[in-house]
Design a binder for this molecule. Structure first.
Ligand code: ACM
Length: 685
């Protein structure tokens, strides 16, 4: 809502009137593309989608391109498959290679006669088709493509999504549908986290105990399945970079092959989420003999020239507490400045260097988490920063290629806006032009402690798309968080038509929990709660293991509540307009009315929902959240009345309200109300 505090009263009416007149037209021309292209010029014409487009492909077309064109034509879901006169002309220079930083540039032109796509490589064609699939609009003419001339290329070459298939195994079908989601938003690297303390999820024919006894459930990808995923990704212009996390995060390896262990302990498969700091022994030659065989086998499965060797979260306790290893470190002068205390970082660097050489011998560039950074690490190692932006900048300043993931940890249930506002190279970057060239891009990271194959999609989508846009689109074109959310809401149902289940699954879980066909009261609560943020779910009295079902209300709750966000947007505009009271404009009155209706719904909902929560043992823990939502609703209603009548709240009311809102912030069942912040803003507390 524009601020018009200084304008005369009729001025506000004029602004409102203009707003009403221009809004429908603006909605028609507003792009719903996500990520936004580098350049798009819309014309006045349109191409009706009544009959199918007739593909015109190069004579010797790459099969991946032909398949992708077929998918696009299907997805445009034309009313009749009869080919009309309009054509889809595809031209490209050469077949692109997804395993390299190959050219993804394209141009896409829609005229009333047809669509033409031109690109230097077939990868550009795939990106253009993803754009084309987002172009259709519907109005009284029917479904049509707007006339447009798009020229597009990515800002960063590396735009990844990490999927952790180790904590919870993610079947091939789950990976494939997420690859389809990635392709739709032009993400081009699947970072496949295949091994961790809790499981080794890929078949080794050389060391088969890794996959069979390393986890409690024994689930893993066969090598044939890995090849299938790599091919599926490549056909969509997506690289697959595997991660074998070491020297820590390796309990599963040690359970299978105890000769790898550092500490003199016995190990069973690890079934909890806390970091173990268990590490393999970098001082024994047999460790490297093992890795030599394992890496020979694993590197051949993945054509990508990059290979992730992990390196995170090893505090060295396994090494420091093992006299044999301490003696080895002292003998090799891996000590701190005092000349005595062993320095685990030096041992880790020694290990990283040896792994790096093995990988180089197999044509691979090593990637590691930012913990591996140190003065002795060769510059070719790529650093993936997760502990903060500093890691990114430090690594680039030391001459390493870098990837940003800090700020893109979508498993932490932070808002899409927070990822969107995280930029690998913000305007105030401390990096020089040469150092900036080392920033390859970034990756959204979906760790799977609290996501199984059922709820995974709903923890990734649509928020990963905000990261995709940040990494693809020009910085200058992506300044509006509100517009990002507008387009995210258009994209989200489109992603479901590709096979993702991020909207359907929470609804199914709610139905299952409610146990009745009337899911509305439970949904009304579920849609305004969110899982507790960051790593708090580890620390709230509930003991998770790998076997804990993820089917509670917290698992059906959105990572970011859309209802709460929209409530917040309305509150913002009402609060911004407050100076205009007591002469509320109709628009503000309408907003007040919407807020009031929402609050009444929440208040009434508690009455409807409590009997269900009380009767269902798996839901009882959420009773307090429903009670608190009703209390927040009461406060909101009282405040709306004050605003509308110009009444000033009493000190006693403010004190009581503060107490209500403080109490409403408390989590229950590892979930929290997402509307408290906006309620505070409305009240001015
Ligand atoms: C990490 O999150 N430990 C890389």
């Amino acid at each position: 809502m524009p601020k018009t505090g200084k304008a005369p009263k009729w001025g506000k009416w004029l602004v409102l009137l203009l707003g009403l007149l221009t809004r429908p037209a603006a909605a028609q021309t507003a792009s719903a593309l996500l990520p936004l292209p580098a350049e798009a010029n819309y014309g006045q014409g349109h191409l009706l989608l009544k009959t199918s487009l007739k593909p015109l492909l190069p004579a010797q077309v790459d099969p991946a391109v032909a398949d992708a064109v077929g998918r696009t034509i299907n997805r445009l879901s034309l009313a009749t498959k009869t080919a009309g006169l309009a054509t889809l002309q595809i031209r490209y220079g050469r077949v692109g290679r997804p395993e390299l930083f190959d050219e993804e540039r394209y141009s896409l032109r829609v005229t009333p006669m047809g669509v033409s796509i031109d690109a230097p490589t077939s990868l550009g064609v795939l990106r253009a088709l993803a754009t084309l699939e987002q172009l259709p609009r519907t109005d009284k003419k029917g479904r049509y493509l707007p006339e447009v001339d798009i020229r597009d290329q990515p800002r960063f070459a590396w735009r990844g999504l990490l999927i952790d298939a180790a904590r919870h195994f993610m079947p091939v079908a789950v990976i494939k549908r997420n690859l389809d989601g990635m392709a739709a938003v032009k993400l081009n690297v699947l970072h496949w986290h295949l091994t961790d303390d809790q499981g080794f999820r890929i078949e080794s024919k050389v060391f088969p105990r890794l996959q069979t006894v390393g986890s409690t459930d024994g689930l893993f990808y066969t090598q044939a399945e890995v090849r299938e995923v790599v091919a599926y990704a490549a056909a969509r212009g997506i690289r697959v970079v595997p991660e074998f996390d070491m020297p820590s995060h390796t309990t599963s390896w040690i359970v299978a092959y105890p000769r790898l262990k550092s500490a003199d302990s016995t190990y069973a498969p690890y079934t909890r989420w806390r970091t173990t700091n268990v590490a393999i022994d970098p001082t024994r030659e047999t460790t490297y003999t093992f890795l030599d065989s394992l890496l020979t086998e694993m590197t051949t499965l993945f054509p990508d020239p990059y290979f992730h060797a992990g390196g995170d979260e090893n505090d060295g306790r396994n090494w420091r507490r093992t006299p044999r290893i301490v003696a080895w470190m002292q003998a090799h002068k891996m000590v701190k400045a005092d000349g005595k205390t062993v320095d685990k970082h030096q041992l880790q660097t020694y290990f990283n260097r040896r792994v790096m050489v093995m990988l180089q011998q197999r044509g691979k560039t090593m990637i590691g988490w930012d913990e591996i950074l140190g003065p002795d690490l060769p510059k070719e190692a790529v650093i993936q920063s997760w502990r903060g932006k500093k890691g990114l900048n430090d690594a680039a300043k030391l001459g390493h290629p870098v990837l940003l993931s800090s700020g893109y940890y979508i498993d932490l249930n932070l808002s899409a806006a927070s990822s969107y506002l995280t930029d690998p190279l913000p305007p105030d970057t401390p990096l020089t032009a040469a150092e900036q060239k080392l920033v390859l891009g970034g990756e959204a990271a979906m760790w799977a402690e609290y996501a199984d194959s059922v709820v995974l999609d709903s923890r990734i989508w649509p928020r990963a798309a905000a990261v995709a846009e940040r990494l693809w689109s020009p910085q200058a074109a992506t300044q509006s968080v509100a517009d990002m959310y507008r387009r995210l809401n258009v994209l989200s149902p489109q992603l479901e038509t590709l096979g993702l289940r991020h909207r359907r699954v929470p609804e199914l879980l709610l139905k299952q929990m409610a146990g009745t066909s009337n899911v509305v009261p439970l949904r009304t609560l579920a849609e305004v709660i969110e899982p507790v943020k960051e790593y708090k779910r580890n620390f709230q009295g509930f003991n998770y293991t790998t076997a804990t079902p993820l089917n509670r209300l917290v698992d059906a709750a959105p990572a970011e509540s859309d209802v709460a966000r929209r409530f917040g947007v309305l509150v913002d505009s009402v609060v911004a307009f407050k100076p205009a009271s007591p002469n509320w404009l109709p628009a503000s009155l309408r907003q007040l009315g919407t807020l009031r209706a929402q609050a009444v719904r929440w208040q009434v909902n508690d009455v409807l929902l409590q009997p269900l929560l009380a009767a269902n043992p798996s839901l009882t823990e959420y009773g307090p959240l429903s009670t608190r939502l009703a209390a927040v609703a009461t406060v909101v209603l009282e405040r709306l009345t004050q605003l509308q009548t110009g009444q000033v709240p009493s000190l006693a009311w403010l004190a009581a309200t503060r107490a209500t809102l403080d109490a409403a912030q408390a989590p229950a069942g590892q979930a929290e109300l997402a509307v408290v912040k906006a309620a505070r803003k409305l009240v001015g507390l």
